[in-house]
Ligand binder design. Structure first.
Ligand SMILES: [Mg+2]
Length: 267
């Protein structure tokens, strides 16, 4: 892969996260050497990464972004298989981002170098539980061969129903927007979890922002998210957007009152 192609493959909104990540490089090397082998499978598809960690992020940010959409497979909305009105009324769809939401990819130099990824704590339990409550869809702006390489490893039991990739995202300048209206699902019954809020800017009321994850093995974000997602299904909320608005309002109100560990209900 030449430099130009690599430079094509970044999203400005993630470059600043890469800056943080670079600072953690030495920590990552140490951690990866201590992790079980399954969390550091090697040899990802070389052309597949959203942004290439081997390139200085400052350098990436300075480069013009070139169109590469003509290299992507053609796709036509709606992107998910049709469901009947009755089926739609019985199901919710949970759309999950991949990089820095479920995993973190990195490369190491030297003879043992190559692509590796770390898995966020709680991913396997989260996918197992959510797949029993939701139609689970991965929506990544990464290239398909890279994403499949990761997903085949973190989802061996096929709990993820569908995978959407770069070709399904809507490019606006440097941002790959994930337009939920193109999925073929009722917007009142779909939500997206992503570490980049710009990615769901077209449907902000459907989005849950999750903090970016790189290597913190004490991270509990997925565990914290579980109760809200379970509550939405248990309560059979009519419109997810209303539920998330209420959730945000409650959190804000409790934080303003100085509650140190805010909790929410949908009652
Ligand atoms: Mg991400």
């Amino acid at each position: 892969m030449n430099l130009t192609n690599k430079l094509d493959r970044h999203s400005i909104s993630q470059v600043r996260e890469r800056l943080l990540s670079v600072l953690q490089k030495f920590t990552l090397s140490l951690i990866s050497s201590l992790l079980p082998q399954q969390q550091q499978e090697q040899t990802p598809p070389a052309s597949a990464r959203l942004e290439d960690p081997s390139i200085d992020p400052l350098l990436q940010a300075q480069q013009p972004i070139q169109e590469d959409n003509d290299q992507l497979p053609n796709v036509q909305a709606p992107y998910l298989p049709a469901v009947s009105d009755y089926q739609q009324s019985q199901m919710y769809t949970l759309v999950l981002d991949l990089d820095e939401t479920l995993i973190h990819y990195f490369e190491m130099g030297g003879p043992d170098g190559g692509g590796h990824f770390l898995v966020r704590p709680g991913v396997s339990k989260f996918l197992r539980e959510m797949s029993q409550l939701y139609e689970v869809v991965i929506f990544t702006a990464a290239m398909q061969d890279y994403a499949d390489w990761v997903l085949d490893q973190i989802d061996p039991n096929k709990q993820i129903s569908y995978r959407l990739y770069r070709q399904h995202a809507t490019r606006t300048g440097p941002v790959f927007i994930k337009d939920l209206s193109l999925l073929g699902r009722d917007l009142s019954r779909i939500l997206i979890v992503d570490n980049v809020a710009e990615n769901f800017q077209l449907q902000p009321d459907n989005g849950i922002f999750i903090r970016s994850w790189f290597d913190d093995m004490t991270d509990t974000a997925l565990e914290e998210l579980g109760p809200l997602l379970k509550e939405i299904v248990r309560k059979q909320v009519g419109d997810i957007r209303d539920a998330l608005r209420r959730f945000r309002d409650q959190m804000l109100e409790q934080l303003q009152r100085g509650v140190s560990n805010p909790v929410m209900t949908l009652d």
